[in-house]
Design a protein around this ligand. Structure first.
Ligand code: ADP
Length: 270
């Protein structure tokens, strides 16, 4: 860990992150923030949740500390641990502790991926106690009013193991995210990739076709993120069918028949 990641001031976002609202999520988040209620962002991968958090951190002028949760992530990874440095044992705060102390926004992306013990540390932070228990230090840190906890969760992965427990979810105000409506998604793809509106419209139609395949052999359809990737390849001169295959089809499946089916969809459009 270097000094840069330790300084929450470095996490202040100075330039407005481009974000197209899909509903009233900005007003809802602001209200929850003012009332010190933690926020749960629900929705499929690549539909703008991370970008939304960056935008809100910029709006609220708070540092944003994002943690991508994975199945090895423990409570100590979030809270902190003793490390041996130059023969000395020193305590190093984890990202959650840094966000609490700095009165920042801590965004735990894909929270259900993390080990179960992480819930033990977020629960007291996510109700009106607003405290972070630091067992190894024997301390209880109180979160300042500016601190905000946000987590994300993809309800699409239907597995009991990847479900968010009621005791966790009932602490949060939930904001529902989904792929933007066609017109909005076209605008996002134009803005983010630099391709023209006509090409972006075709990409959006292509994405919608893949989304219809969800449940018939495809776990998830093409996300807005993948369309932006395809658009960027196209604006660098890559043939649209090739861009759709590399940036979209290969990203959503390894199944040979499904790859052929998706390839046919893109060939019919471009
Ligand atoms: P998630 O966190 O939901 O997985 P991201 O926030 O990383 O998804 O979104 C992926 C990309 O899609 C962003 O980098 C951005 O280019 C684009 N995007 C999606 N939704 C929006 C939106 N509403 N406004 C602007 N860009 C968006």
């Amino acid at each position: 860990m270097n000094a840069r990641t330790l300084d929450p001031a470095q996490h202040l976002i100075e330039r407005e992150p481009y974000y197209e609202p899909i509903g009233d999520e900005i007003q809802l988040f602001e209200a929850a923030y003012r009332q010190q209620i933690p926020v749960l962002l629900k929705g499929p991968t690549g539909c703008g949740k991370t970008r939304f958090m960056e935008h809100m951190a910029w709006r609220l002028k708070r540092p944003l500390i994002t943690v991508s949760c994975h199945d090895d992530l423990t409570a100590s990874d979030l809270v902190g641990r003793y490390l041996v440095k130059g023969g000395e044992t020193v305590w190093v705060d984890g990202p959650l502790t840094r966000a609490v102390r700095a009165g920042g926004i801590c965004y735990l992306d894909e929270i259900v991926e993390a080990r179960k013990d992480t819930m033990v540390v977020i629960h007291p932070l996510a109700d009106d106690r607003r405290t972070l228990p630091m067992e190894k230090l024997g301390q209880l840190v109180e979160a300042p009013p500016e601190f905000c906890l946000a987590i994300s969760y993809n309800p699409g992965y239907q597995s009991v193991l990847k479900d968010l427990k009621q005791s966790t979810r009932q602490r949060f105000v939930a904001l529902e995210f989904d792929y933007p409506a066609a017109e909005l998604e076209r605008r996002i793809v134009v803005n983010e990739s630099g391709i023209d509106a006509g090409m972006a419209e075709k990409l959006v139609r292509f994405a919608q076709m893949t989304r219809n395949l969800k449940g018939s052999g495809l776990e998830e359809g093409a996300s807005t993120r993948l369309l932006v990737h395809a658009g960027k390849l196209i604006s660098s001169g890559v043939d649209p069918v090739v861009a759709c295959r590399s940036a979209v089809a290969q990203a959503v499946t390894d199944d040979a028949d499904m790859l052929t089916a998706i390839q046919e969809l893109s060939s019919s459009l471009f």
